[in-house]
Design a protein around this ligand. Structure first.
Ligand code: PLP
Length: 374
């Protein structure tokens, strides 16, 4: 953010600004690669080649085979595709295990099938926001048809032990969907031993510097899906509709640039940790949620007792500082955060909670301005 415009953006978990790797190429992409990638003519072939390159870059970035990547309009669609495939009334599989701390994109996808008979098993989370693995093991004995969990929570930044959960589920013969929307682009996606990674992974481009309206679903080779949008049979019949060339290429460009110059996780973590220490010095009664759990390097969920979060967000906005009360989707909603409720945080503390989420270039100077304003 350019401080000369007196705008300080600390809401990266809601969305990221466009990466320079994309911004520099956008005019060329929009003007030269407009043809339908399914068309047989040279212009169509040119667009197809751009998409193939993006797929190669994304597959290197995420350690998956190119044909495992299904492009979608974003994480919400990817998630809906997986959950519908397991819970819709025309499938024999009708049960899912998931924590209550999931993003609304997951919760609402699962809940919409409840009235039709789908069974939702809730996996307990501890006060630190981590899934209780013993409870998951107990639930796995009931053989749910799918386990779905978030790799990195959008409100608290809490990181799930992805590999460990996948192993537990696979040992019980249960497939796993991972919502990696906040993880991809910030932490390296782990290279999982063959057959031991998640069966499905969802994410969105805009969270890591690509365009909005594009995302992907990674599908393991041992799985098949019922397409949510069969359309014209594009993408091996897994997702119909003309491919969003600019969106897909934007994800490929960011992936290629992150392979060259990885996200500066240590620097971001340092700025975040210093901010939290200084905040606790200035406001000793402040509470940092899930501070002891493994967290995304950029996220801080902070309660300032006695202060109203919505009011703080508005006052800071008036001073040119953008933060959030939690999930961007629930901003403006008066109901307290379901994530913090599931962690057992008292309602009055939830109403005093703000979410600060830094970007790769967020500086100590910007954070100082925030602390001063708070
Ligand atoms: N999952 C998580 C963890 C998120 O943070 C979000 C967006 O905030 C989504 C899913 C939905 O992403 P999108 O709105 O890009 O589809």
């Amino acid at each position: 953010m350019d401080p000369s415009h007196q705008q300080i953006y600390l809401d990266y978990n809601a969305t990221s600004p466009l990466s320079l790797a994309v911004a520099d190429r956008l005019p060329e992409l929009a003007s030269r690669f407009f043809a339908n990638p399914s068309s047989p003519h040279p212009l169509g072939r040119g667009t197809r080649k751009m998409i193939e390159q993006a797929t190669t870059d994304l597959s290197r970035f995420l350690h998956v085979a190119p044909n495992q990547i299904i492009y979608t309009s974003g994480a919400t669609e990817s998630i809906q595709t997986v959950i519908s495939s397991f819970l819709s009334p025309d499938t024999p599989s009708r049960s899912i295990a998931l924590p209550r701390t999931e993003h609304p994109a997951v919760l609402s996808a699962a809940r919409m099938f409840e009235p039709g008979g789908a069974v939702l098993h809730w996996i307990k989370v501890g006060p630190d926001g981590l899934v209780e693995l013993d409870h998951l093991k107990e639930l796995l004995r009931q053989r749910p048809d799918l386990v779905s969990f978030c790799a990195a929570n959008n409100e608290t930044g809490v990181l799930a032990p992805v590999q460990q959960i996948c192993t537990l589920c696979h040992d019980a013969g249960v497939p796993v969907h991972v919502d990696a929307t906040q993880w991809v682009g910030r932490l390296p996606w782990p290279q999982m031993p063959d057959g031991n990674g998640p069966d499905f992974v969802s994410f969105s481009g805009h969270k890591f510097g690509a365009l909005k309206g594009c995302g992907a679903l990674i599908v393991s080779p041992r799985m098949t899906l019922n397409p949510l949008i069969p359309g014209g049979g594009q993408q091996y019949g897994a997702r119909g509709g003309t491919l969003n060339t600019t969106g897909i290429v934007s994800m490929g460009l960011v992936a290629a640039s992150l392979i060259e110059n990885p996200y500066p996780a240590d620097t971001v973590r340092n700025v975040r940790d210093t901010m939290e220490e200084q905040l606790l010095e200035k406001i000793p009664e402040a509470v940092i949620h899930a501070r002891t759990a493994p967290r995304l390097p950029n996220t801080s969920s902070v309660a300032i007792p006695g202060r109203d979060a919505e009011e703080m967000v508005h006052q800071l906005a008036r001073q040119g500082i953008s933060i959030s009360t939690g999930s961007a989707c629930s901003t403006g909603k008066l109901s307290p955060s379901h994530v913090l409720l599931a962690m057992g945080v008292p309602t009055d503390l939830i109403r005093s909670t703000i979410r600060i989420s830094l970007g790769p270039l967020s500086s100590s100077m910007e954070v100082d301005c925030l602390l001063k304003a708070l």
